[in-house]
Design a protein around this ligand. Structure first.
Ligand SMILES: C[S@@+](CC[C@H](N)C(=O)[O-])C[C@H]1O[C@@H](n2cnc3c(N)ncnc32)[C@H](O)[C@@H]1O
Ligand SMILES: Nc1nc2[nH]cc(C(=O)O)c2c(=O)[nH]1
Ligand code: SF4
Ligand SMILES: [Mg+2]
Length: 212
């Protein structure tokens, strides 16, 4: 199978339980909850997306003919100066589970990478992923009901965080929705966490420090 990739870049994981960790981000093209076109946003299942996942024109993006060529590109992005024992890749998108498969996971594992995924939870995570972050979306059926973190964007109309607390996740995080009312959403998320301490606040720290 070939893989459509928007971009591959080195950064720090900005969100959630692996925050601050040097990471290669592999952002796949395409999503099942929005076309990525602004004209379609208001009719999309997921309407608050902060990401451009359309096309293959980003840094190191392109159509990779097979798992080996994509694994090689991810390895090259980690580079030779960084400790190979710390190799860490985050598969995101778009929706990575539309493309991330066992063959790619195996090729990446061969290179000694710890594998994390950021998913909307509408598709099952294949075996072999080391860190599963699920971010459910109002109006989309949740299929992946276990993982390392459930990261709920807050607030979402019609989504009560309580609905998820019996699921098999190690940690539960609320991430304030980044839009024109961000300040208000941060306040609301803080209040919710303080009243429901199962939930921990997750901030998008890469945006605070101006890295991708
Ligand atoms: C761009 S998504 C890609 C992965 C996957 N499609 C998903 O939704 O989880 C990466 C992360 O950013 C979060 N996110 C997207 N738009 C956001 C926004 N406006 N404010 C805060 N978090 C956002 C998502 O919920 C997800 O946790
Ligand atoms: N630095 C950084 N951390 C992130 N964590 C999740 C992200 C994503 O878009 O999936 C993201 C991102 O886009 N950049
Ligand atoms: S599901 Fe994820 S990638 Fe798709 S539109 Fe929503 S936040 Fe963006
Ligand atoms: Mg992002």
């Amino acid at each position: 199978m070939s893989y459509a990739v928007k971009e591959i870049f080195l950064t720090l994981q900005g969100e959630g339980g692996q925050i601050g960790r040097t990471s290669v981000f592999c952002r796949f093209t395409g999503c099942n909850l929005w076309s990525g076109q602004e004209a379609d946003r208001k009719d999309a299942v997921c309407q608050f997306c902060d990401t451009n996942f359309v096309g293959m024109d980003g840094e190191n993006g392109g159509r990779f003919p097979d798992a080996q060529s994509l694994a090689n590109a991810i390895e090259a992005c980690w580079g030779t100066i960084r400790d190979p024992k710390q190799r860490f890749v985050v598969f995101t998108g778009g929706e990575p589970l539309l493309q991330l498969d066992k063959v790619l996971i195996e090729a990446i594992k061969q290179k000694g990478f710890y594998i994390a995924v950021e998913t909307n939870g509408t598709l099952p995570v294949p075996q072999g992923v080391d860190w599963i972050c699920v971010s459910p979306k109002a109006g989309a059926e949740l299929i992946q009901i276990s993982g390392d973190e459930l990261k709920l964007i807050y607030p979402q109309e019609g989504l009560d965080p309580h609905r998820f607390t019996s699921l098999d996740f190690t940690t539960f995080r609320l991430q304030p929705k980044d839009d024109m009312n961000k300040t208000e959403h941060i306040k609301k998320a803080i209040k919710y966490c303080q009243e429901h301490p199962l939930w921990h606040l997750s901030l998008q720290t890469h945006k605070l420090i101006g890295i991708p």
